[in-house]
Design a protein around this ligand. Structure first.
Ligand code: MLT
Length: 247
């Protein structure tokens, strides 16, 4: 047992990890950091605009809590930040968890899309990001059978300020290529992905698994990009088995 750090995705908040808090019953101390400015926290003195800004904040948090070794992971943007943290300070990693994420940078077309979203957020507020992201975040069966998941996601997004979300878009589009980093990840690593993830499809996870020595891959059935919220039972079972066996 030990500390499990779970980093949230874009443009959400730490509350997305609520279904995973039950792992605390197995003795894990769970830290789900609220990234700078998210979840309606008062306007930060400076808005984060890079994955290194977020990773630096998490290092400060871990140091403040005297945590020098943890299982660290995240979903999607949380995965990009996990890579940034590993690049800056690999010594903190006892194991890594990469959920519905990818190692490569945005292709030029995606960068154009990010710029448009940033302009729309500045003009119309966070609703613009929520309207664009929501249809892609969950799979069809979640949309039909678990409307409460969609409602929770929307509420989480709308709690964030436009400046913080625009800063996060800047962080997404400037993140460095993590493909060269993958072969140097020697801690136990679990990759999870929803079988119907439309943003970071399973092929991207397979690519990461091939490059990270000894990495395990679990494809979660009937889940889109938010696999931890859409299929919490399967997600938690997979994560908890990995932690029991490998950590
Ligand atoms: C996320 O869920 O964090 C975002 O989809 C990441 C991205 O758009 O690349």
């Amino acid at each position: 047992m030990g500390t499990l750090v779970l980093i949230h995705g874009f443009p959400l908040s730490a509350r997305m990890w609520e279904p995973q808090l039950e792992l605390a019953e197995q003795g894990w101390r769970i830290i789900a950091p609220q990234l700078r400015g998210f979840d309606g926290t008062p306007s930060p003195s400076s808005v984060a605009t890079s994955v290194d800004d977020y990773a630096g904040d998490i290092i400060d948090l871990l140091d403040g809590l005297h945590v020098d070794h943890a299982v660290i992971g995240g979903l999607s943007m949380g995965g990009y930040i996990t890579f940034a943290l590993f690049r800056l300070a690999p010594r903190y990693f006892r194991a890594m968890v990469l959920a519905d994420t990818r190692a490569q940078v945005d292709p030029p077309q995606a960068i154009e899309g990010r710029k448009k979203m940033m302009a729309a957020v500045h003009e119309q507020g966070v609703t613009a990001a929520a309207d664009e992201m929501l249809p892609k975040l969950v799979c069809d069966s979640t949309r039909t059978n678990q409307p409460e998941v969609v409602a929770t996601l929307r509420a989480m997004m709308l709690e964030n300020s436009a400046d913080v979300v625009a800063g996060a878009i800047a962080a997404l589009m400037t993140r460095p290529d993590s493909l060269p980093l993958l072969p140097s990840i020697h801690c136990p690593t679990l990759i999870l992905v929803g079988d119907a993830d439309a943003i970071t499809p399973p092929a991207m996870s397979e690519e990461m698994q091939r490059s990270i020595p000894g990495a395990e891959l679990a494809v979660i059935a009937d889940a889109g990009h938010m696999s931890n919220m859409e299929q919490p039972v399967a997600f938690n079972r997979t994560l908890s088995r990995f932690l029991e066996r490998r950590v």
